[in-house]
Unconditional design. Structure first.
Length: 394
């Protein structure tokens, strides 16, 4: 094996996907189209992972592909700022009016780090509070190799707990640069929580940052800010922005983004224009085909089916979690999630065993029904394997 740690994307490691390394599990793929991926053995799999949420239109979308191919033929990159960069920034501002200006990067982790860097420049403070997953970089990580002094600058507020979140923001006080939160984690955000965090940040003189890596363009054309009616100071975009091409951004009001000139946020590859062109095409499809409405409807069918399965198999499943556009089954224990994920893969279904599964424009009622039927069969078999009276495997 020449790739260190098996794969360069941690969440695609067999241990993460299936909870184990199994000779029967698909571990590598050779192609993808629509909502199907083809394993290295040539077998097709109905996919609900959708590249960890990076693809909302479906794999290999024709319009996005045409835009990318044209950009490749135009040279892909050059020595001056590309016209595509300014045009895409304007497209984003039209869909998300709160983002008057943006700065492009290649990954969500970079964009999150850029938002924090910018907040620290604006406030002159160091402390950061977060809620959710914001990438692997040092500012928010407790992984080995992160200096203790860096870890000490970061803390986590609880999702949907307005009282405790406000208490922690107030305690950080004049040291707090920003609060970075994912609007959707285990479910929809409570309005009270978002409003309370917004007001607490205002009182503390700290910036509120929405990490919309997963939610932008998916939960509504204007993202979580539009859907739940609370406007952050900065917004982080990624994943579905370019339908699988590597692109991310941090954006907000012009008076905030102008401060990028007071620090250094730059990447050589941020202005290659293949991803920029793919993103422009993606946003056109998002708008013209009302993609967020489709995701809500099809995802609603999936979530309703998962909720029904949870009531039918209480020995295995604690509950169905998430929102329509991104949902999953929460199992009582790790072993149950592993067995179900492996059994589904054996039947040609890739269905994440924890947060989150994603629907796309390529998914229809047919694919959702197929997935629910496979899950129902697998869960029934797994429940029958439990000894009588064993109950939840906690």
């Amino acid at each position: 094996m020449s790739v260190a740690g098996f794969t360069s994307t941690g969440s695609k490691h067999p241990q993460v996907l299936f909870g184990t390394v199994s000779a029967d599990a698909p571990v590598r793929m050779i192609s993808s189209h629509g909502c199907t991926v083809i394993g290295s053995d040539g077998r097709p799999y109905l996919d609900f992972l959708m590249a960890l949420g990076a693809v909302a239109l479906g794999y290999g979308h024709d319009e996005v592909n045409r835009a990318a191919i044209e950009a490749v033929q135009q040279g892909s990159i050059g020595s001056l700022a590309p016209a595509q960069e300014e045009m895409l920034a304007g497209d984003i501002a039209q869909m998300m009016p709160g983002l008057e200006q943006v700065r492009f990067l290649k990954t969500g982790a970079e964009a999150a780090a850029a938002a924090v860097r910018l907040a620290r420049v604006i406030t002159g403070r160091d402390r950061v509070l977060g809620c959710g997953y914001h990438g692997w970089l040092d500012w928010c990580s407790s992984a080995a190799g992160v200096p203790g002094a860096t870890r000490a600058l970061y803390g986590e507020i609880p999702f949907n707990d307005a009282g405790r979140s406000v208490e922690m923001i107030r305690a950080a006080g004049g040291a707090l640069a920003c609060v970075v939160l994912e609007p959707v984690i285990d479910g929809a955000p409570e309005q009270e929580w978002l409003t309370a965090v917004r007001e607490a940040c205002n009182s503390a003189g700290a910036l509120l940052v929405f990490d919309e890596i997963k939610t932008a363009f998916r939960v509504s054309p204007g993202g979580a800010a539009q859907r739940w009616g609370v406007q952050p100071d900065l917004t982080i975009l990624g994943k579905a922005l370019a339908n699988g091409f590597p692109l991310a951004a941090v954006g907000g009001p012009a008076e905030v983004l102008r401060r990028v000139s007071d620090t250094w946020i730059s990447s050589t590859m941020a202005t290659e224009w293949v991803a920029l062109a793919a993103a422009r095409a993606t946003l056109r499809v998002m708008r013209d085909q009302s993609v967020s409405a489709h995701l809500h409807r099809i995802g609603g069918e999936l979530l309703a089916g998962l909720q029904l399965l949870a009531t039918r198999h209480p020995a295995l499943i604690e509950r169905a979690s998430g929102i329509e556009e991104m949902c999953y089954l929460r199992y009582h224990d790790e072993d149950a999630s592993r067995r179900v994920a492996l059994a589904c893969a054996e039947r040609g279904l890739l269905f994440k065993r924890n947060a989150c599964n994603f629907v796309s424009l390529a998914h229809t009622t047919t694919e959702v029904s197929t997935a629910l039927a496979v899950l129902a069969e697998v869960l029934r078999e797994q429940e029958e394997m439990l000894s009588p009276g064993a109950g939840p495997g906690r």
